[in-house]
Ligand binder design. Structure first.
Ligand SMILES: Cc1cc2nc3c(=O)[nH]c(=O)nc-3n(C[C@H](O)[C@H](O)[C@H](O)COP(=O)(O)OP(=O)(O)OC[C@H]3O[C@@H](n4cnc5c(N)ncnc54)[C@H](O)[C@@H]3O)c2cc1C
Length: 459
C-alpha cells in the first residue's frame, strides 16, 4: 500500500511545521512525519524549557540579592525543583501541544506519527506504509553527542534531554563541556543551589568567542561560586560511592572531581544515521550532516534539508530561516540564499551575550582595515540603575565602508539590544546611522552611539 503527496516533510522541528502549513495553504497535499515529540528540540528539550528554567534561576538569584535592592526575604531562598519543573513543563507543553494541534487542524496536511526511513529518493516508509512525493524535505534535527569516553558505560550521565526530567536538586553537578549549553545549565543549577563544576577540554570557555568574552563570562560564573576546570585532557568517568568520579588530567588542580551527577554537554550530532539516506542517494559530510547548496537543496533533485541536520546553522532562528528560504524560493519564485544571512545568536547566561557578525579573530583574518570600540556595562546608566553592571559592549566596523562588521553585547538586555546593530547590518547602512538616531532614555541601546564615538583603528 502506498500514498502519494505533493510534499513529504520529515520532522516537526523549527522548519517543518511552518513549511507544511505554507505548502498546505498553497493547495499542495502534505504529509508531515514526527517520530517523537511535536516541536522537536527547541520546544521540548532546548530553547523553550531551558529559557524557562533560566527565568526561575534568575528570580532566585535576584531574591538572594534582595538586600541590595532594599527588601528582605524571610529565611534562605530555597528552590522547589518540583515546582520549577512543573512551570517548565507547562510552558514547554503548551508549545508542544500548540504545534500538534496546529498541524492536525491544517487542511491538505496529513500528520503521521512514526519513524520515517527513505526507501528511494522519493519514497519513505513509516509504520510499514510507503509514502511517496515529488518533493521531500528533511528536518530531522540533532541530538546530544555522547562520545565514547572511558568509563561512560559504567555510569549514568545526563544530557540536555534527560535534564528535562530532573525534579530534584543535584548536590554536585559536574558539567562536561564549557560551551553554550553547558554554561546555561551551569549557572542555572548553581542558582538553584547545586555545587557546580564545569570541565572544559579547551583552554577557555566558549572557545568560538573572542578571548575577552570567554574571560568575562568565566569571571561572572566564578563569582557565583561555579568551579571551572580548563585544559581538561583525557576525561574519564567512574562509579563512586558519592556518585560519579570524573578524572580530568588538567595541568593544574586535583586530577579528579567527584560529583553526584554528570551532565554531558559536548556538542550535538545530526539525526541522519537512521534515515536510510543511502537508499535515497543523499550525500552527507564526514560528520553526518546533509550536504546542501545555498538554497538548501541536497545533491538529489527534489530533496531539501533544513535545520540543524544540514550543518548550516544550529539555532532555532537558522532553522526557521531555512524554512523561509525554501518556501519563498519554491512558492514565490524568490532567490533567497543561506549565504545572505548574517551570523547572530545569544548565550542565555545572566547577563546574556548577544552576538552578531564576525568575531575579532575573523575580522583580523579577513585582513580588512577595521575600527573597534569597547564600553563597560558599568558605564551604561540603565545597567547601573538595574544593578546589573557586568559585561561590556564592543563593536567593530569596516574603516572604509563604515559598515558594521561584528558586535558583542555581554550585558543586561544584550540578547535584545544586539538587534539594533544586526538590522543596520542587514540594511547595509553605515554605523553613522546609529549615531544619528535618537534613542530612548534610559536604555542600553542609547549607549550604542557613545560606543561608536570611541572607535579606534584595530592594530
Ligand atoms: C539545551 C539546548 C538549548 C538550546 N537553546 C537555544 C536557544 O536559546 N536559541 C536557539 O536559537 N537555539 C537553541 N538551541 C538549538 C535549537 O533547539 C535547535 O537549533 C533547533 O531546535 C533546530 O531545530 P530543527 O528544526 O533542526 O529540528 P529539531 O527541533 O531538532 O526537530 C527535529 C524533529 O525531527 C524528528 N525526527 C528525527 N528523525 C526522524 C525520523 N527519522 N522520522 C520522523 N521524525 C524524525 C525529531 O523527533 C524531532 O522532533 C538549543 C538546543 C539545546 C539542546
Amino acid at each position: 500500500m502506498s500514498r502519494h503527496f505533493d510534499a513529504i516533510i520529515i520532522g516537526t522541528g523549527q522548519a517543518g511545521p511552518s513549511l507544511g502549513a505554507r505548502f498546505a495553504e498553497a493547495g499542495m497535499t502534505v504529509a508531515i512525519i514526527e517520530r517523537h515529540k511535536f516541536g522537536g528540540t527547541c520546544v521540548n528539550t532546548g530553547c523553550i524549557p531551558t529559557k524557562t528554567l533560566v527565568a526561575s534561576a534568575y528570580a532566585a538569584h535576584v531574591a538572594r540579592r534582595g538586600a541590595e535592592y532594599g527588601f528582605a526575604v524571610n529565611g534562605d531562598v530555597r528552590v522547589d525543583m518540583k515546582r520549577v519543573k512543573t512551570r517548565k513543563d507547562e510552558v514547554s507543553g503548551r508549545s508542544n501541544r500548540g504545534v500538534e494541534e496546529w498541524l492536525r487542524g491544517l487542511k491538505n496536511c496529513t500528520v503521521i506519527q512514526g519513524h520515517a526511513r527513505f526507501q528511494s529518493s522519493h519514497a519513505v516508509v513509516v509504520n510499514d506504509e510507503v509514502l511517496q512525493a515529488d518533493k521531500m524535505f528533511i528536518n530531522v534535527g540533532g541530538r546530544a553527542s555522547v562520545p565514547a569516553m572511558p568509563g561512560i558505560q559504567d555510569v549514568s550521565v545526563l544530557t540536555n534531554s534527560s535534564m528535562m526530567d530532573v525534579d530534584f536538586l543535584p548536590e554536585h553537578l559536574v558539567i562536561v563541556g564549557g560551551s553554550y549549553i553547558g554554561l546555561e545549565f551551569g549557572q542555572m543549577y548553581r542558582r538553584f543551589g547545586s555545587h557546580v563544576t564545569i570541565v572544559e577540554m579547551g583552554p577557555r570557555l566558549i572557545g568560538r568567542e573572542d578571548e575577552d568574552i570567554s574571560e568575562a563570562v568565566r569571571e561572572i560564573l566564578e563569582a557565583e561560586g561555579i568551579q571551572i576546570r580548563l585544559n581538561a585532557k583525557c576525561i574519564s568517568l567512574a562509579k563512586h560511592n558519592s556518585g560519579v568520579a570524573v578524572s580530568i588530567g588538567c595541568d593544574e588542580g586535583p586530577p579528579e572531581i567527584v560529583g553526584t551527577h554528570v551532565l554531558l554537554a559536548v556538542g550535538r550530532i545530526p539525526n541522519t544515521n537512521d534515515l536510510g539516506l543511502d537508499r535515497a542517494g543523499v550525500a552527507t559530510d564526514p560528520r553526518g550532516y546533509i550536504v546542501v547548496d545555498d538554497q538548501l537543496q541536497t545533491n538529489v533533485a527534489g530533496i531539501w534539508a533544513l535545520g540543524d541536520c544540514n550543518g548550516r546553522g544550529a539555532f532555532t532562528h537558522t532553522s526557521y530561516n531555512d524554512y523561509e528560504i525554501v518556501a519563498d524560493n519554491l512558492l514565490s519564485g524568490d532567490h533567497r540564499r543561506v549565504s545572505d544571512r548574517i551570523q547572530a545568536y545569544a548565550l542565555y547566561t545572566d547577563p546574556p551575550l548577544g552576538r552578531c557578525g564576525m568575531t575579532d579573530l575573523e575580522i583580523r583574518k579577513s585582513g580588512r582595515a577595521a575600527l573597534a570600540a569597547k564600553h563597560p556595562m558599568s558605564r551604561v546608566s540603565r545597567a547601573v540603575e538595574k544593578g546589573e553592571t557586568q559585561g561590556f559592549i564592543k563593536i567593530s566596523v569596516d574603516a572604509e565602508t563604515k559598515h558594521i562588521l561584528g558586535a558583542a553585547i555581554l550585558g543586561t538586555g544584550g540578547d535584545e539590544v544586539i538587534h539594533v546593530l544586526l538590522d543596520v547590518m542587514y540594511a547595509k547602512a553605515p554605523y553613522t546611522l546609529v549615531q544619528r538616531a535618537m534613542h530612548i532614555h534610559p536604555t542600553v541601546a542609547e549607549f550604542l552611539p557613545t560606543v561608536l564615538s570611541k572607535l579606534q583603528p584595530v592594530a
